[in-house]
Design a protein around this ligand. Structure first.
Ligand code: 8YV
Length: 330
């Protein structure tokens, strides 16, 4: 009998995902959903040919060197700043992510956060729950319009484009964007998107939505200097990664009403949230749930599992990040 590869599923997942993986592998799972330190994760990976991780477990050169038998690192997330892809490639380890399946769901949520910020949904709900609603007044929680406003997108990848489509086609918004490179005219044209410099984006937008992947280059892409360039009536929504925005600077800008409102699903150092953000009223805060619908999380888990199965059974993983390492050596 040939021995089956062993894999680690580093976080709690759907039972169906485990069953699917167990059809091919000896699976060590984590039903208690314990958060492993890097040393614990590294130790758990001993003897494993592959791992199924979410966007938070860090796989770097040190972990890879401690586990030279590891051949596949499969993220249940589209963002992969938790994986040192260069280190994987250098060691012939395939890294995979879960693009596309979460695009529309994440864009829905980004739009919801932007609308909640613009129309002060959370702030007014808290007011009501505190029992402070005693009378109507003409300017009570007056926010800013979304329809017809200028939507600024920082990071015009799949999710950025999906947010832009919602704005342009559903809400008659004017779309401007800044990105590493300009999109092809056939992508820009149907949504009337205009490529602008980062400065123009900040200066002109009424609602800024941040969807740029996190990297050393995008670290604090939005800080005090950038916030100062925005309109005092503007909103900022971050569905990308904590660290793209300087949360301390954002809390100051919100508190001093240098911008009107914020919507944040991701935070620097999450699940810790900068204490100043917790006391600022004009920001909607959610715990990294932009892709959290049952259907989408199932699709993400399925795709991550398919990647792991393919990678370790000699097939082509559907969504590799570093396809140059394929096919994997047995
Ligand atoms: C995940 C995400 O829920 O896909 C991503 O990059 O940020 C979210 O969809 C999160 O990373 C946990 O896996």
């Amino acid at each position: 009998m040939t021995s089956r590869p062993s894999v680690l599923v580093a976080r709690a997942v759907f039972p169906e995902t485990l069953a699917k993986l167990r059809a091919h592998f000896d699976v060590e799972d984590n039903p208690a959903d314990q958060i492993f330190t890097k040393a614990e994760l590294s130790a758990k990976l001993a003897g494993k040919a592959g791992c199924f991780i979410t966007g938070s477990e860090r796989i770097d050169a040190e972990v890879l060197d401690a586990n030279p038998q590891l051949r596949a690192v499969c993220n249940m997330a589209v963002g992969y700043n938790n994986i040192d892809v260069e280190a994987c490639t250098a060691r012939g380890v395939v890294a995979t992510n879960t693009p596309d399946v979460l695009t529309e769901t994440t864009a829905d949520f980004g739009f919801a956060l932007m609308m909640a910020a613009a129309r002060r949904v959370a702030e007014s709900e808290h007011f009501l729950r505190r029992g402070e609603w005693t009378k109507w007044s003409f300017d009570m929680f007056a926010g800013s319009d979304v329809h017809g406003a200028t939507l600024g997108i920082l990071g015009m990848g799949r999710i950025g484009q999906a947010v832009a489509r919602r704005g342009a086609l559903g809400f008659g918004m004017k779309v401007i964007y800044h990105n590493r490179s300009r999109l092809a005219p056939e992508i820009e044209a149907p949504i009337g998107a205009r490529y602008v410099s980062k400065e123009e984006l900040l200066r002109e937008c009424d609602h800024l939505v941040i969807v740029v992947p996190y990297s050393a280059a995008s670290h604090h892409a939005i800080g005090a200097r950038e916030l100062a360039q925005m309109k005092p009536t503007a909103t900022l929504t971050n569905i990308a990664r904590g660290g793209v925005v300087d949360d301390a600077a954002l809390a100051v800008a919100l508190r001093e009403r240098r911008i009107a409102a914020g919507g944040l699903d991701v935070f620097e150092g999450e699940p810790k949230v900068h204490p100043d953000l917790l006391t600022v009223p004009n920001v909607v805060l959610t715990p990294h749930i932009a892709s959290a619908t049952v259907a989408t999380r199932r699709a993400m888990a399925d795709l991550a599992a398919d990647n792991l199965i393919a990678a370790l059974t000699g097939a082509a993983p559907p969504t590799p990040i570093n396809p140059a390492v394929l096919p994997l050596k047995k």
